[in-house]
Design a protein around this ligand. Structure first.
Ligand SMILES: [Zn+2]
Length: 109
């Protein structure tokens, strides 16, 4: 099975996405490729993890919900207001956010 490493969160993950061409095996067996959790565009209501370090730890304290998406002309990339389980709110850029796909459907209204 193809194997890739995400440059954003540092996770290694198996690729099992249909339609993705299989590349020839390389000596280290890994490709750099964004994982689904870092690739999806976080929307309001999504459960997300703060990527505090790489590889991501999935610490329960780093679990939050997107409460606002800010599209600013001054920013090259949109930033998000994330509210964490302990109530704190932080502004994070996309490269600090991992979308928790397990809850992707249940939190979308
Ligand atoms: Zn990732």
């Amino acid at each position: 099975m193809p194997f890739a490493k995400c440059p954003n969160c540092g996770q290694s993950f198996h690729l099992h996405i249909k339609g993705v061409p299989v590349w020839p095996d390389e000596p280290n067996g890994e490709k750099e490729m964004l994982c689904p959790g870092c690739w999806i565009d976080p929307q309001v209501g999504h459960q997300v993890y703060f990527i505090r370090e790489k590889p991501i730890k999935f610490d329960p304290e780093d679990l939050g919900v997107v409460i606002e998406k800010i599209m600013g002309a001054e920013q090259e990339t949109p930033i998000r207001h994330i509210q964490f389980v302990d109530g704190r709110i932080e502004l994070l850029t996309r490269d600090k956010i991992y979308v928790d796909l397990k809850h992707h459907n249940s939190t979308t209204r």
